[in-house]
Design a protein around this ligand. Structure first.
Ligand SMILES: Nc1nc2c(ncn2[C@@H]2O[C@H](COP(=O)(O)OP(=O)(O)OP(=O)(O)O)[C@@H](O)[C@H]2O)c(=O)[nH]1
Ligand SMILES: [Mg+2]
Length: 370
């Protein structure tokens, strides 16, 4: 597979058993199904065949009813987002996996300590951080569990920062994009939306969120919420590995999030809501989006072309047929980026997608002109 320059790096943060490895196996595995490409118009490719096979074998176990085993090493996966009939992927998605226990226990020896520091450095150099709140624990323990996860995460981030700075290798650019994702959303009541969860968590953890924004150096922390699930589970068993929630939204959420944050900064206007609302609000800010390059931190310039090609004037209300046709035409002309953007908009259009994502108003814009 030829390499493309543009890549979106995604880091999942979450303690042991929060669902990181299952998400990755389901993300890749489900996209290898013939039906997926037919329905969605694209699929994921993988550069490293043995990594792909590792993921597939975990996914096949899920098809047989078993979730993956716990993770004991760091792994990096590099996927290509390849639209049907194009020869090359339009962009890359880099995703890391590692033992969640590394957030919770002290390293057993110096070599593990070194491996952890390198992992955390990789994670914190990503474009987007997704902090997992284990939906099963949240169901059982409610807000107390979120308090625990937020405190633990804040302390770990501070420790890592100090540790890397102490080594003379401070991280200069933390992820600016953050999503709080409720994993195992298949076991939440059907009528709960990302907006409900956002409102509840924000109201219950306001002070903590303020501390976290400072720790990760991003005003965006605590603004974006997602529901996510790798499969329909029951107890410790998978009962349907094809029934995932939110996974296909991750790449578009990150790209749209970068665009939204820039648009807010440039215009001092609020952009919030589910996807359809975000597109509507961004349309009003089209002029300012031209200046986006001046506002993108250096590491985000890797995806600048993709973000500028989001064609915001074509809001999601144009409908499915419109974006399908756009995708087909872009493929015929060999326009990789336009084809990928149309494919991602098709993902964002469904009512399930509106249900699974919500962006709230950011507090620092409270006094801005809505
Ligand atoms: N219902 C449901 N259960 C899940 C889901 N994902 C994971 N689980 C459960 O959570 C357990 C842990 O999932 P993993 O994916 O191994 O979690 P992890 O975050 O990778 O854990 P470590 O590798 O220890 O860091 C699984 O064995 C399942 O029992 C999901 O989408 N739905
Ligand atoms: Mg794991």
């Amino acid at each position: 597979m030829s390499r493309t320059q543009e890549e979106v790096r995604i880091a999942l943060f979450g303690p042991s058993s929060s669902g990181k490895t299952s998400l990755l196996a389901s993300y890749y595995g489900n996209q290898q199904k013939t039906g997926f490409e037919e329905r969605h118009g694209y699929h994921l490719t993988v550069e490293d065949t043995s990594a792909g096979n590792r993921l597939l074998s975990r996914y096949y176990k899920m098809e047989e009813g078993d979730f993956p085993l716990g993770t004991d090493t760091f792994e990096e996966y590099c996927f290509g987002f390849k639209v049907h009939e194009l020869t090359d992927p339009s962009f890359k998605i880099v995703w890391y996996d590692y033992p969640g226990g590394w957030w919770e226990n002290t390293p057993k020896d110096e070599s593990e300590a070194v491996a952890r520091r390198e992992t955390f450095r990789n994670l914190l150099q990503s474009h987007a951080g997704i902090l997992l709140i284990d939906g099963e624990q949240y169901n059982k323990r409610g807000t107390a569990y979120v308090h625990y996860i937020f405190d633990q995460f804040k302390n770990e981030i501070r420790q890592i920062k100090d540790c890397l700075a102490g080594e003379g290798k401070p991280i200069d650019a933390f992820p600016k994009q953050w999503v709080i994702a409720i994993s195992k959303a298949d076991i939440l009541p059907d009528n709960i939306t990302a907006e409900d969860i956002c409102n509840k968590i924000v109201a219950d953890t306001n002070d903590q969120l303020e501390g976290l924004k400072k720790a990760v150096d991003s005003e965006d922390f605590g603004c974006q919420f997602m529901l996510i699930s790798s499969a329909k589970g029951e107890g410790k068993k998978v009962i349907n590995s094809h029934q995932y929630i939110g996974l296909q939204l991750i790449a578009p959420v990150v790209l749209l999030g970068i665009l939204t944050e820039c648009a807010q900064k440039i215009s001092r206007k609020q952009v919030y809501g589910p996807f359809a609302g975000i597109f509507r609000k961004l349309q009003g800010l089209m002029g300012s989006i031209d200046k986006i390059d001046n506002f993108l931190p250096k590491k985000y310039q890797l995806v600048s072309h993709l973000i500028k090609s989001m064609h915001i004037h074509e809001g999601l209300d144009k409908g499915e047929d419109f974006f399908r046709e756009k995708m087909t035409k872009a493929v015929q002309k060999g326009e990789k980026t336009d084809a990928a953007v149309a494919a991602m908009k098709l993902e964002l259009i469904s009512s399930a997608a509106q249900h699974a994502f919500y962006r709230k108003q950011s507090d620092d814009q409270d006094n801005a002109n809505p």
